[in-house]
Design a protein around this ligand. Sequence first.
Ligand code: DQA
Length: 142
Amino acid sequence: MNKILIINGPNLNLLGTREPDLYGTNTLDDIMARCQKTFSNLQIDHLQSNHEGVLIDKIHEARGTYAGIIINAGAFSHTSIAIFDALNAYEGYVIEVHLSNIYSRESFRHHSYITTRANGAIVGLGASGYIFAAQKMSEWLG
Ligand code: DQA
């Protein structure tokens, strides 16, 4: 199974226009299209939602369906034990991505619940972080 799911959380629908100095000028659609084009060996689906429960429902749906999840849960990374629990109930690979370097920002961003569950994390490399994460999934899933 080489299906992977990319999940983006709150405010990431505004990428391209939201604080571009921090998050870059690529839109989420641009980034997702780049991932799909670069890794034609993977079937890549994606979901963005501003709602915690929608993200959790999608992680539940991923059980037994997707071999890996790449997740940028936005601010929920720092607050959501519920997303952490959902990922713990998921059996596949998990890679966490943050466009910005959360460790060089406000202290409330230094902790992510998701890092505890993730197989790996990529922070501070902008949109390329998604490409690097998909590259690693591609290696793992052969
Ligand atoms: C972010 C970092 C989070 O702290 C922030 O709340 C976001 C974006 C990132 O990709 O750098 O919404 O996840």
